[in-house]
Design a binder for this molecule. Structure first.
Ligand code: ADP
Length: 419
């Protein structure tokens, strides 16, 4: 079954076309046929598509073309996928794309697993806009666009970033503010990056040969957005992002945890409106805010290592220190774990940052193997701790699109969804 996986942002659409079915899932041989992104939708957009060849290499197509909205962008993607130019084996018409899987950021308390998109599910995703005003409207644009491009009967599936965390116990998801605000406004921790943490959990147990119920790990997703997830018995029991993705770790441009009193203070001192303070915390903080240079970890490391830049070094220190604190607190909350697992652009590629985080965790039983750590970059998967370490460390490159494609297949076929 050919599944189109969509991730719609405010002015971009990322896609992958994945061929999967029950047999391929069991053998872990589902195939990515094509992938790409359209950026700067709403003006002269930039198109960057690739087809994966049989030998694993890829051929690319780039162009700049005006695209008015998400519908136009998705139409462009589909037209290209079925075109002779793309020449994807077995795909030459709309009918060859069996279903579309959407990454949807917020499912609230009701939408707790992947599901077929019906009118009532659309209504429920719309109801969650209040909780995720920056994200859900963009995801909905993709859903409306598919209806327009494929017609009302198109099979669409929503895979929620929050769903993996629906197993959080109440003492982990409640904020200590008056309980009526949870009742009235659903203010609580939801958590995000759930598709990624779920993939890491699944992949770890496959690699190590464990049943889901025996998986006790801390999954650390470090990309532009960053979050940690305590996974006990294969289920999320706590996670660092909160009601929104702003809470928790230091991120590219987000502050993560701060004293809430800073908001009023900053507003008072700088004359900022509520929206301006939110913008500072979401877009001008984190690695960018501390370094004053960039939110890109690669560039920061270069500044720190090659130019000995004080603020670049400080940004990385603050970043790593916050992660250490979460590891410690989650190990206590979980009563121990067997491994900490790194994923996301920084977690998968930076042995430097992983080394900084792991350094000083020897008391917890973590002993990183220098050579393994240095060698496990650029998409490689494996253990980076020494054999015999009481607490292991792994790198597992995330694959959210694969999870979305598989869930889409299962929902379309009416199969049970694994957690
Ligand atoms: P997103 O959250 O947008 O999906 P990614 O998971 O791609 O982001 O992660 C982006 C981050 O990964 C950036 O900060 C980037 O600098 C960092 N990164 C990518 N490669 C490396 C590398 N080799 N060393 C350090 N950081 C890297």
């Amino acid at each position: 079954m050919n599944i189109l996986v969509l991730n719609c942002g405010s002015s971009s659409v990322k896609f992958q076309l994945i061929n999967t079915d029950q047999h391929l899932i069991e053998l872990n041989t589902d195939k990515r046929l094509a992938y790409g992104v359209i950026e700067r939708i709403g003006g002269p957009a930039l198109v960057n598509f690739s087809v994966v060849n049989a030998d694993g290499s890829s051929r690319s197509h780039r162009e700049a073309i005006p695209l008015r909205d998400h519908s136009a962008a998705i139409e462009k993607i589909v037209q290209w996928i079925i075109s002779q130019e793309a020449n994807i084996p077995g795909i030459s018409s709309y009918a060859d794309i069996a279903a579309v899987g959407h990454r949807v950021v917020h499912g609230g308390e009701e939408l707790t697993s992947s599901m077929m998109i019906t009118d009532s599910v659309i209504k429920q995703i719309e109801d969650c806009i209040d909780l995720a005003p920056l994200h859900n409207p963009q995801n909905l644009k993709g859903i409306y666009a598919i209806k327009k491009v494929f017609g009302g009967t198109a099979k669409q599936v929503a895979v929620f970033d929050t769903a993996f965390h629906h197993t959080l116990p109440d003492y982990a998801y409640l904020y200590a503010i008056p309980y009526q605000f949870y009742r009235r406004h659903k203010i609580r921790r939801y958590g995000f990056h759930g598709v990624s943490h779920r993939y890491v959990q699944y992949r770890y147990r496959t690699l190590v040969g464990l049943e889901r119920e025996s998986v006790n790990v801390i999954s650390i997703h470090l990309g532009n957005g960053c979050s940690v997830c305590a996974i006990k018995g294969g289920r999320s029991m706590d996670t660092s992002m909160g009601m929104t993705p702003l809470e928790g770790l230091v991120m590219g441009t987000r502050s993560g945890d701060i004293d809430p009193a800073i908001i009023e203070h900053l507003s008072h001192k700088e004359g900022y409106s509520q929206a301006e303070v939110q913008s500072v915390l979401n877009k001008q903080s984190g690695l960018l805010g501390i370094s004053g240079l960039t939110n890109d970890m690669r560039e920061l490391i270069a500044e720190a290592v090659e130019n000995d830049d004080r603020r670049a070094k400080l940004a990385i220190e603050v970043f790593a220190y916050r992660i250490k604190k979460y590891i410690g607190s989650y190990l206590a909350a979980m009563n121990g774990a067997s491994a900490i697992i790194f994923t996301g652009g920084i977690g998968e590629n930076s042995d430097y940052v992983r080394g900084k985080i792991a350094n000083g965790l020897e008391w917890l039983g973590l002993h990183v193997d220098f050579d393994r750590n240095a060698a496990t970059i650029r998409g490689k998967e494996g253990k980076i701790s020494q054999d015999g370490s009481r607490l292991d460390s792994w790198v597992i490159p995330t694959n959210e699109e694969l999870m979305i494609a598989r869930d889409t297949f299962r929902c379309v076929m009416g199969l049970e969804l694994p957690r």
